[in-house]
Write a protein that binds this ligand. Structure first.
Ligand code: HEC
Length: 268
């Protein structure tokens, strides 16, 4: 009662009570003041979203949209994944540019071969033979393109001579790759690091895959040498005249020298 209306009860109150009231009065004002300064208790679900959070959210949405616009690659499946590339000219609609083996083949080489044969194509001395300037890659009188496809499809093991150096390791088979992919890789390694040789097509790989379907083990050099060489390029000039044995034994020579030494003036 007193706290409800202290002023009304004041005149009737005795002195001592009056003094108490004054003290109470002060207390009541203090209490009211304190209450007025206090804010409402927060209630669930009624808080407005802070402005800074709204602006961060808007910025994120904007950034996401801009990112997609720039980097989605038009949502084409073949933009980033080489295995999704529609090989050759598209069947329908406008001419679709055939994938460039020097681009796609390089990607596949980087994904599958680079760990051993290195990005320089020089291999690792004593362990992994070079592909740069290798007679197995560009061909020679008895190193046919058929041998190259066979050894990559099924692997290679045992002693093998490359550019006058003997290696004795084992390469796993790559038959899990598609015909198109092997064709791309081989076309790439035949035209990189100073190498120059005609392309290998998916059809050629498919044919050899079929012919060698019963092959369960990696080939050896002796087995391959027993198979007559076939040069897909057709013309004799596609094979370098030199047999490669006069090349320096270690893969130390600059790749630029390789074509000059083996001489393929009529490059494609
Ligand atoms: C695990 C390591 C390794 C990987 C990965 C590898 N190779 Fe080889 N490669 C070898 C070895 C070792 C030899 C030699 C085998 C021997 O001594 O009988 C070889 C030999 C070769 C040869 C014949 C010799 C020469 O140097 O010309 C070719 C061509 C070749 N590899 C191509 C490839 C291609 C293409 C790929 C990727 C699809 C590949 N290799 C991936 C280890 C590897």
């Amino acid at each position: 009662m007193m706290s409800q209306d202290p002023n009304k009860t004041q005149p009737e109150a005795p002195d001592t009570f009056q003094m108490d009231m004054e003290r109470d009065d002060i207390n009541v004002r203090d209490v009211h003041g304190a209450i007025l300064r206090e804010k409402d208790d927060p209630r669930d679900g009624y808080e407005p979203i802070p402005l800074w959070m709204v602006s961060i959210f808007m910025a994120l949405v904007f950034w996401g949209g801009a990112y997609l616009a720039f980097f989605s690659g038009g949502f084409q499946a073949d933009v980033f994944d080489p295995s999704q590339v529609a090989w050759g000219a598209g069947a329908g609609g406008a001419e679709k540019a055939a994938p460039d083996p020097m681009v796609v083949g390089k990607k596949l080489f980087t994904a599958n071969c680079v760990a051993c044969h290195q990005a320089t194509g020089q291999g690792v001395a004593g362990q992994f033979p070079p592909l740069a300037g290798s007679e197995w890659v560009v061909g020679s009188d008895w190193h046919g393109d058929n041998h190259l496809v066979k050894l990559v499809l099924h692997g290679l093991q045992g002693p093998v001579q490359v550019e006058g150096t003997t290696y004795n390791g084992a390469m796993p088979p790559w038959k899990q790759l598609k015909d198109e992919q092997i064709a791309m890789i081989l076309t790439y390694i035949r035209n990189e690091w100073g190498n120059s040789a005609p392309p290998i097509t998916a059809e050629q790989v498919a044919k050899i895959r079929e012919e060698t379907a019963s092959q369960t083990e990696p080939f050896t050099q002796a087995q391959l040498k027993a198979i007559p060489a076939v040069h897909f390029g057709g013309s004799a000039e596609s094979a370098p005249p030199a047999d490669g044995t006069d090349a320096p034994p270690e893969g130390g020579e600059p790749p630029a020298d390789a074509p000059a030494a083996t001489g393929t003036p009529t490059g494609v």
